[in-house]
Design a protein. Structure first.
Length: 316
């Protein structure tokens, strides 16, 4: 449910055969307040209504209302309109992507897909030479290397204001299949990333290892929703192709944090306006917090083409 438009923080919806709930008539899967009809010291009688019986505890009232609105919106737009628009976006994306040789779209175009794309960007370094076996002459190496997936995400954000995600998107084994990582190589990654003797359940940080998160394999994922205009969709697709063609040129301007895997522009490595819960104070006048001091960068660009020009000039 939370993947639908407007579905952020909505509860899940379970659809199942009625006979599957027969076993729960005496003892539901999860007991909680509101799931019983009557309780005494040595016995309890649970509610007959399946939904009430299996949903113990305080319900997510606001979130459930939001879920209803989400489904109303989907039904109002209709699945036919959504499918047609998504098919159009996917077709447009492939037309943009196919001339871009450095862009690899994981999963390919053989099967019908949603306009959700997981990509990796390759770059051949012709300046790296290798010696041939037949003679001692050096020739450009055809070894293919890939831009770090978090670096790609950082570029899309910094240059074009496009937010996307890097990593394995909660599907580690499937991501390894897509990236061609066999079990032997996966074990090497595991050895490099997981610190011996530490457990993610015990450490207070979000990363197990203190220095190697940058080694975690992954890809960059972005999506184009059906309600996005053609102009916005083209802007995103053009931006991705731009990074695929020229992203490598920005590497000298960036540095990475080995502990977190983050990539930041060397002139913009501090988030001065970032707000934290620790900035909040509660006084008799109410809740007060430190307000950021946004810097004046001039008027906003009038169209997406101007953004391309400004981004390229300012960061180069």
């Amino acid at each position: 449910m939370h993947k639908f438009v407007g579905g952020v923080q909505t509860p899940g919806v379970l659809i199942a055969k009625k006979f599957l709930f027969k076993a729960g008539e005496k003892y539901p899967d999860g007991c909680g307040g509101g799931s019983v009809c009557f309780v005494r010291r040595k016995n309890q009688v649970y509610l007959q209504d399946v939904e009430e019986r299996e949903d113990g505890g305080t319900p997510a009232i606001v979130e459930s209302i939001r879920a209803g609105l989400v489904m109303q919106l989907k039904q109002a737009v209709t699945s036919e309109v959504i499918f047609a628009r998504e098919e159009e976006i996917v077709k447009r994306a492939w037309e943009k992507f196919k001339p871009t040789n450095n862009l690899l779209v994981l999963g390919g175009d053989a099967a019908t897909r949603l306009p959700i794309f997981s990509v990796i960007i390759r770059h051949v370094f012709p300046e790296i030479s290798s010696i041939t076996k037949d003679h001692d002459e050096q020739r450009p190496s055809d070894r293919v290397m890939f831009l770090h997936h978090t670096f790609v995400s950082a570029l899309l954000n910094d240059l074009f204001g496009i937010q996307c995600r890097s990593g394995c998107v909660c599907a580690g084994p499937y991501a390894m299949d897509l990236l061609g990582i066999d079990e032997g190589l996966a074990k090497l990654y595991e050895d490099a990333l997981v610190t011996s003797g530490l457990s993610s359940c015990r450490v207070s940080k979000c990363f197990d290892n203190s220095s190697r998160e940058v080694l975690r394999p992954g890809f960059t994922r972005f999506s184009i929703p059906y309600f996005m205009s053609d102009e916005e969709a083209n802007f995103i697709l053009d931006a991705v192709c731009f990074v695929a063609d020229y992203g490598w040129a920005f590497l000298p301007l960036y540095s990475y944090n080995a502990s977190t895997g983050e990539w930041k522009h060397q002139r913009h490595d501090q988030f001065e306006d970032r707000q934290w819960l620790g900035h909040i104070k509660y006084t008799r006048e109410g809740m007060v917090w430190r307000r950021g001091k946004p810097k004046a960068h001039g008027a906003l660009p009038k169209d997406f083409q101007v953004i391309f020009c400004i981004s390229f000039v300012s960061y180069c």
